[in-house]
Every structure is written in structure tokens, then in C-alpha cells.
Design a protein around this ligand. Structure first.
Ligand SMILES: Cc1cc2nc3c(=O)[nH]c(=O)nc-3n(C[C@H](O)[C@H](O)[C@H](O)COP(=O)(O)OP(=O)(O)OC[C@H]3O[C@@H](n4cnc5c(N)ncnc54)[C@H](O)[C@@H]3O)c2cc1C
Length: 517
């Protein structure tokens, strides 16, 4: 149905709708206003990253690569923008242009194969981290499940971001774990990268010729701005064989957990009296190459899972927060896994205790034998229990020292702006990656949706702070390239050229991956 709203012709013509319907069948397309409205916004960064969004013109659910190609070709023929998305966990899926076709990939949900010998899995866009992790565990393998929750798409998260504490041993998904790729280019042509370009198998991602994976992945990836990725392979790693240490689910959501077999897997909680000693501990653990995850825990995280509601959280937190402000809170969680044997776990426990003692830890004790978060998928949705909205305006990808220094600086800036931001006292969290060669630091800002403008401004403040400190500034906002580009070799101009070359009709989630104008 076409109608004029605010001078803009809204909706698709009958001709376009019928062309799309002919591809997927009437049951897999809709322009019902209620359904379209439901697809208009959601995910991380809502209120900030989807400012000024439009309601889409229709929602289409292609069931395979050929249908994706045909939808993309129709979109190009009529110059209508389309947005491909997987589990819609990010607000970048919200239309920044009117009359958009929302391409929901939820019918493409096959875990196509797991190659046990060569240790990789091939997935379609709607396979989630939890699904893949469960199948990998059955075969004595694992995949790096991410911080945002096991319900996010493996594919979307591998081309966008891909961060989680299991990266301590295996590195980030985005930069390290992408193998063969099947890619519907913005004009509908099909391109395969790596081994699938010449063989049927997906075991290898590089070449032949220039490695184009760099175009589709990254901290932000292309956010659907360079076509649709329809299939990828990701690397799997050795875990404890399930016959030797089964992982049993226990509890009911939101308190569901994995019960850990303590003969092979244990959490350790290590407390310090100051940041310097804790960082020293993190480095020493990495040097000894023990552990499967090493990450700090901000004090508020102890309260979030133990409270029943926002009110309950604020009552308990308000009573205790001054203690954390005065005394600081330096708490390290270490997951030890006897990947090869029970003896490995015993050895790592001894090494960890020695490191704790040598680096001045005030207390070390075994954690409860459960995992409610990182192994199979974290429960990060509870962050929204604290406030109406959350934004991570600051990320660090550098050394552990640098992460601590930069996050502390940002916390001081945040404290000057409480209210409207919520008083969480802490300075975010750090997890060690690639055996301590790199750290990931993230600062979390909690606010109410009506304070979204202030939150966005605060993101600008963080970027300026980074530039002043001469540190690499990373933020999740794909609208910041023109601000950062001039300080970083004008990469934003390159990005604009790539967009023009790949998507000459500017129909693939415009304007991404370049800034909104
Ligand atoms: C509370 C919270 C915490 C988070 N913490 C972490 C974290 O610790 N680590 C981490 O890595 N990430 C984190 N994230 C972000 C996370 O990476 C993404 O939310 C997730 O990976 C995206 O998966 P998705 O399936 O929901 O992608 P979507 O939201 O569906 O898509 C993300 C972007 O990619 C595009 N896209 C999706 N699928 C395709 C495709 N098949 N082809 C082309 N383009 C596509 C979309 O257009 C969109 O712009 C967090 C998010 C939230 C909400």
C-alpha cells in the first residue's frame, strides 16, 4: 500500500510487492503495518543508534541463497533499499531510509555440517551461538561463545565484533575465526571466498588472490551495507570429551546454568586490594599459559544476577556502593579447564595459587561449580534490569595496562555526569585475549531512554578523550567514521570508495558502512 507521509511516498508499489512475493511465496512476505512496525527498532543501542529510523515497507523471509539473490536483484532493479539481518540484536538493523525491505534470515537456520576431523562448522545466518556450542560440546569441541548472549547469530557475530572471554585462548571470532564464506554481493551476484571458491569444502578462508574477508568483518563489520552473507565456516577447538566431563544444564531461565564437572573445570575467584596487583596477576597467568578465561568483574555485576528487579537492584546497590567507591573492587575470575586430563587441572590450580600469592592477592577461592554466563552464552539481557538503556561508549583493544588506564579515565568523566547517567561507580571490565597479548576493555553506561542524546554526546566525549590520550579510539557507532577517519589515515574515504564500488545503487542497508548523513 502506498501513501504519502511527510512528503515522502511510503510503501511499495503493487508491482514490486508482487515481484518479491513471487520469489518467496505469500506466506513469507508481509506489509502488514503492525508487523512492519515490529521490525522498525530493537537491539543494542536502541534510542541512540536507531535515531530517526523509519518503519520498513515490507518484511521478507527468503529460505535459501537463491531466494536471497533474487530479492537483492529485485531491490536493485527498482532501487529499493534492503536490510539483511540475523537475530536483530543490534539497532543497526533499523531502517535509516524510508521504504526499506527488511530481509529476515530466520528461515536460513541450518547448522549445515560439523567437520570433526578438521574442526570447523558451516552455518547459515540464523544458527545461534548456543546451538553451535551445544553441538560442538557433544563432539568434544568448542567455539568462542560471545559476551552478548548465546541467542545471537554465529554468522552475524563473526562478521561483526565477535568478542567474548573464551577468546583468552583462541582470539576474537571476527578477526580469527572466519573460514570459507558464501556472499551475495549488493547487486545479487554470488561470490565465494576461500576454499569454497574452488572446492565444495569450507575449511579455508584466505584467497585465492587477495583476501576479501577484511571487507566483510571487523569490530563493526559492514552492518549489512555490503550485501548478504549466506553461509560461513568457523573454526572449532578441542574441549574436554563429554564422556569424561559432561556439562549438565540446571535451573530454569533466567537462572539457568551449566553444572561444571569439577574434576575437569573450575572457576576461581581471586581478590586483590588494588588495580596494579590485579593487572600483574593477569599478566602472570597469561605468561604461565594457564586458564581458559581471565576477566575482571565490576562490582555491579555481583548484584545484577542476584536481584529480582530494577527496584531490588537499586535498593541493594545503593546501600553498598559507597564501600566500593572508597575501597575499590579488584576481582578477577579465572576459568581453569583440564583440557587434556585431570592432572592438567590440578597443575593449573597449583600454578594459579602460586601466582595469586606472588602477586599479592588478598584472597583466592574456588567459585561455585556453575556457569551462568560465558561458556554457552551469557545472560547479558539482565543489564537492562538496571536502567532503561545501556550503551558501551568506550572499547579498548590494547594491552591490559592500557585498558585499565583508559577505562578509569572514562569513569571519572562519567561521574561528572551523574545524573542523568546512573551511578554504577565501576569502570567497566577487562578480559584478557590471545593469552594476554591483547586485552578487551569495555565501559558500560546506564541511562534512561529519554537521556539518549546525553549518552550519544558522552560517546563523543569518550572519543575525544581517546584522541587526547593518543590511544586507538574504538566505538560501536558506525556513524563515527568521519570523526575518526581524519585522525586515522583517512580510512573513512576508503570506506566510502568501497561502498560505491560494491553497491553502486546504494541499496544495501544504506548508508552503511559509511556514516549517516
Ligand atoms: C547486551 C548486549 C551485549 C553485547 N555484548 C557483546 C559482546 O560481549 N561481544 C560481542 O561480540 N558482541 C556483543 N554485542 C553485540 C553483538 O555482537 C551483536 O549483537 C550480535 O553479534 C549480532 O548478532 P545478530 O544476529 O543479532 O545480528 P543482527 O543484529 O541481526 O545484525 C547485526 C548487523 O549485521 C548485519 N547483518 C546481520 N546478518 C547479516 C548477514 N547475514 N549478512 C549481512 N549483514 C548481516 C545487520 O544488518 C546489522 O547491521 C552485545 C549486544 C548486546 C545487545
Amino acid at each position: 500500500v502506498e501513501e504519502i507521509i511527510g512528503g515522502i511516498k511510503m510503501g511499495l508499489s503493487k508491482e514490486v510487492y508482487q515481484a518479491l512475493e513471487a520469489i518467496v511465496g505469500p506466506e513469507n512476505i508481509s506489509d502488514d503495518p503492525a508487523i512492519c512496525q515490529a521490525y522498525a527498532r530493537g537491539g543494542y543501542g536502541t534510542f541512540v543508534y536507531d535515531k530517526g529510523h523509519y518503519t520498513p515497507a515490507c518484511v521478507i523471509l527468503p529460505g535459501n541463497t537463491k531466494e536471497v539473490q533474487e530479492v537483492v536483484k529485485v531491490a536493485n532493479r527498482y532501487r529499493i533499499p534492503y536490510i539483511p539481518f540475523s537475530t536483530y540484536y543490534l539497532a543497526f538493523c533499523a531502517p535509516a531510509r524510508p521504504n526499506v525491505i527488511m530481509m529476515d534470515l530466520k528461515r536460513m537456520n541450518k547448522l549445515i555440517s560439523i567437520d570433526e576431523k578438521n574442526m570447523y562448522a558451516v552455518v547459515e545466518p540464523y544458527v545461534t551461538h548456543s546451538q553451535l556450542q551445544k553441538e560442538a560440546f557433544k563432539r568434544g569441541m568448542y567455539h568462542q561463545s560471545l559476551g552478548c548472549g548465546g541467542q545471537a547469530s554465529v554468522l552475524a557475530n563473526t562478521i561483526y565484533s565477535g568478542l567474548g572471554p573464551l577468546g583468552y585462548r583462541v582470539g576474537f571470532n571476527g578477526t580469527r575465526r572466519l573460514l570459507g564464506v558464501e556472499w551475495v554481493l549488493p547487486d545479487g551476484e554470488l561470490l565465494k571466498l576461500g576454499s569454497p571458491s574452488i572446492l565444495r569444502e569450507y575449511f579455508w578462508g584466505e584467497g585465492p588472490g587477495p583476501d576479501l574477508r577484511g571487507i566483510i568483518r571487523g569490530l563493526l563489520g559492514h552492518c549489512g551495507g555490503l550485501g548478504v552473507i549466506t553461509k560461513i565456516a568457523v573454526k572449532l577447538f578441542s574441549w574436554v570429551p563429554p564422556s569424561e566431563a559432561p556439562l549438565e544444564p540446571t535451573g530454569v531461565t533466567p537462572k539457568a546454568a551449566l553444572k561444571l564437572p569439577t574434576n575437569r573445570i573450575k572457576w576461581y575467584n581471586v581478590h586483590y586490594s588494588n588495580m596494579k596487583d590485579m593487572i600483574e596477576g593477569m599478566y602472570e597467568i597469561s605468561k604461565a599459559e594457564i586458564g581458559a578465561m581471565v576477566h575482571t568483574v565490576p562490582p555491579a555485576w555481583l548484584y545484577i544476577p542476584r536481584t529480582e528487579s530494577g527496584t531490588d537492584f537499586w535498593e541493594k546497590w545503593s546501600k553498598d556502593k559507597e564501600k566500593f567507591r572508597e575501597e575499590g573492587f579488584y576481582f578477577l575470575r579465572v576459568l581453569l579447564v583440564g583440557f587434556t586430563s585431570e592432572k592438567q587441572l590440578e597443575y593449573e590450580e597449583r600454578v594459579l595459587k602460586e601466582i595469586a600469592s606472588e602477586t599479592g592477592a588478598t584472597r583466592i577461592r574456588e567459585g561455585r561449580p556453575f556457569d551462568r554466563s560465558w561458556i554457552i552464552g551469557s545472560d547479558s539481557l539482565t543489564v537492562y534490569r538496571i536502567a532503561g538503556a545501556e550503551l558501551s561508549p568506550k572499547f579498548v583493544f590494547d594491552s591490559i595496562d592500557d585498558a585499565a588506564k583508559l577505562l578509569k579515565g572514562i569513569a571519572e568523566l562519567r561521574d561528572k555526569q551523574v545524573p542523568p547517567f546512573y551511578d554504577i561507580v565501576d569502570a567497566g571490565w577487562i578480559h584478557s585475549n590471545d593469552l594476554g597479548h591483547m586485552a578487551y576493555g569495555e565501559f558500560l553506561l546506564y541511562f534512561d531512554s529519554e537521556d539518549a542524546d546525553e549518552a550519544e554526546e558522552f560517546e563523543t566525549t569518550c572519543i575525544k578523550h581517546d584522541l587526547k590520550m593518543k590511544s586507538y579510539s574504538a566505538c560501536q557507532n558506525p556513524g563515527r567514521h568521519r570523526m575518526l577517519g581524519p585522525k586515522m589515515g583517512n580510512y573513512h574515504l576508503l570506506l566510502e570508495k568501497i561502498k560505491k564500488a560494491f553497491d553502486p545503487n546504494n541499496v544495501s542497508n544504506p548508508p552503511k558502512p559509511v556514516d549517516r548523513v
